[in-house]
Design a protein. Structure first.
Length: 604
């Protein structure tokens, strides 16, 4: 690639960045995948028209039918990566931006989060670069640490057959590690403005050979106070470079930046007909004052969701709610602004890997969170404004998938709900808080479905001989019913009564009390540990200890009523598996009403 003529200073090592705003140092967290790069199963016909605005005309121009990836002029290695990832049709922003960028034009891409902007600039960028030139040929700027990692990962996946190297640079990572990565000669650098400026100042990074510059989430960077940083970085790019700005909105500061640095840009605007995604089912539950926690538990039990994000207003609320949910047997983690980077990474890893089902987060902490597997978003506290609501529910229904957004509303919050409905132009459907009977019926439906799947899969051959033996003495229906009874008891041994209308936890035997222990199977807890601690610390005979239920993160043990206080006090002052743990009397609702597959242990 010929070396373009550099604009401005000829000495990158002598670069002096401007004084940054305090807010420019903000960073965020680490997601697993890129920002909804493609739409796997478009709900609209492939030839549905999109709205395109050329050079910001007053009226949108109705475009021709969307082309397919095979019609966009992409190289074979890129098309191979797309095919291997299983994606078929480009999203509207991809279909319009890719051809324009391939021609070398500057563009302004205006589209909402989750529409596939990453691939819209990554695919043409990959095609234009030379893997044989070990110099920075493309720079992508992102507002947060999380988004920088996410975009770098997306570009890496799309360029895996091209030989290009991608390096992310961001705050919160040791800079000496980034020195080594930059010295290795990557062709693409994805970074936050603050860290990119730092490298430019140190001379560890040069933009002399940079042919393409991209601003991703440009409006977000402005909101975080990066205006001066962006101007300084863009001024360091060569004159013969191509620029692409991607932004959901076009505030005055962005418009000013485009006028200063872009040359005859093509303005591509994909305007949503409504402010929220039609793949998201929006529902609200009206909750009596002070009963949100109980209502949330019942809704989760009824919905049986996958990965779920629960939004709270304050850091303290995220901590309190996640703790309360753990006491009820849910695998919940909190995410808020007071956590250090190591704690944030640990929480996000647990959530991405499926070890935590619920992520209880504040709005700031979840900014830019983009995990395709999120099935549900819950507004535990109703948002203060519509933009906050849209940001929250946009964490689900990503990349063409369906999602559910649930809002818990106390009586006085109904007015705010109506304001949100009016501004998004959508009716949020009311729903009734499920009863114990509703939850029991839901469990039985799921149980029946799992049996049907097993029958259809034919994975029961090893049990046929046992069944045939039993059929000599019992009717087929009796054998099947007995087997189902044992399986149901094993899966729901701490659940509701057989009719599903009793308490949400198993009643202990007469004269016994259930004690909650804040440690579970994933912590290595075993029944012998519980028995040994109780016997060793209280002298209570082992034969007097009743049923022991060990869940993933919590456990329950039955002890004689008269000994309960002594057992609780003793366990609070000792260690289980080398840790101090939370111990208290089990209350109705502290056990999960959800399906839990774990055994109950009873002392003989």
């Amino acid at each position: 690639m010929p070396k373009p003529k550099k604009k401005g200073s000829e000495n990158p090592g002598g670069f002096k960045p401007p004084k940054r705003n305090k807010t420019s140092a903000k960073t965020d967290f680490k997601p697993k995948k890129q920002d909804a790069p493609f739409e796997k199963k478009p709900r609209k016909p492939k030839d549905a028209p999109a709205e395109v605005v050329e050079s910001a005309p007053a009226e949108p121009v109705v475009a021709a039918p969307l082309p397919q990836f095979s019609e966009l002029g992409l190289s074979d290695p890129i098309y191979k990566a797309i095919s291997e990832m299983g994606f078929e049709a480009p999203t509207p922003i991809q279909a319009r931006a890719i051809p324009a960028l391939l021609t070398g034009r500057d563009i302004i891409g205006q589209a909402q989060t989750g529409t596939g902007k990453t691939a819209a600039f990554a695919l043409p960028l990959i095609q234009k670069l030379d893997p044989k030139v070990a110099k920075i040929q493309a720079l992508v700027l992102a507002p947060t640490r999380e988004l920088a990692i996410q975009v770098a990962g997306g570009i890496y996946d799309l360029s895996k057959h091209t030989g290009l190297k991608v390096t992310p640079v961001y705050g919160g990572q040791p800079i000496d590690r980034q020195f080594r990565a930059l010295k290795s000669g990557p062709q693409i650098v994805v970074g936050t403005p603050g860290r990119v400026l730092d490298h430019l100042r140190r001379g560890s990074m040069s933009l002399a050979d940079c042919a393409v510059g991209v601003l991703d989430e440009a409006d977000e960077m402005m909101a975080l106070g990066f205006a001066e940083d962006l101007e300084a970085i863009l001024s360091e790019l060569p004159e013969s470079r191509q620029l692409a700005f991607f932004s959901a909105t076009m505030p005055p500061k962005i418009i000013s930046l485009t006028k200063k640095f872009l040359r005859n840009p093509e303005h591509i605007s994909i305007e949503a007909k409504q402010r929220t995604v039609d793949t998201i089912e929006q529902t609200y539950y009206e909750v009596p004052k002070g009963k949100k926690l109980e209502a949330l538990g019942r809704v989760l039990d009824m919905e049986t969701p996958g990965a779920t994000v629960v939004f709270c207003r304050t850091r303290q609320e995220t901590h309190d709610l996640s703790e309360a949910l753990r006491l009820r047997g849910y695998n919940a983690e909190s995410l808020h602004g007071d956590m250090n980077q190591g704690e944030r990474d640990r929480v996000m890893k647990r959530f991405r890997d499926g070890h935590a089902d619920l992520l209880v987060a504040t709005d700031v902490a979840a900014r830019g969170l983009d995990i395709d597997t999120v099935t549900h978003v819950v507004n535990y506290d109703i948002p203060w404004d519509v933009e906050q609501y849209i940001h929250r529910i946009g964490r689900t229904g990503r990349a063409g998938r369906s999602g559910d957004a649930i809002t818990l509303v106390e009586g006085k919050e109904r007015r705010q709900l109506h304001v949100i409905e009016r501004l998004i132009g959508t009716t949020i459907k009311p729903a009734r808080i499920p009863t114990a009977a509703d939850i029991a019926a839901r469990r039985r439906d799921l149980f029946k479905d799992s049996l049907r799947e097993t029958l259809e899969a034919g994975t029961y051959e090893a049990q046929i001989a046992t069944v045939e033996d039993l059929l000599e003495d019992f009717a087929p229906a009796e054998v099947a019913a007995a087997a189902l009874h044992l399986l149901w008891e094993n899966q729901h041994s701490a659940g509701a009564d057989p009719d599903g209308i009793g308490e949400d936890f198993e009643q202990p035997e007469a004269g016994m009390t259930r004690v909650f222990i804040g440690l579970g199977r994933r912590d290595g807890l075993r029944p012998g540990d519980v028995v040994g601690a109780i016997v060793g610390e209280t002298g209570l005979p082992a034969k007097q200890i009743g049923v022991i239920d060990i869940l993933d993160r919590t456990a329950f043990v039955e002890v004689p009523e008269g000994s309960a206080d002594g057992v609780i006090d003793a366990l609070r002052h000792t260690k289980l598996k080398g840790r101090k743990v939370k111990v208290q009397l089990a209350r109705p609702g502290t056990e999960p009403a959800e399906e839990v597959r774990r055994p109950s242990y009873r002392r003989k």
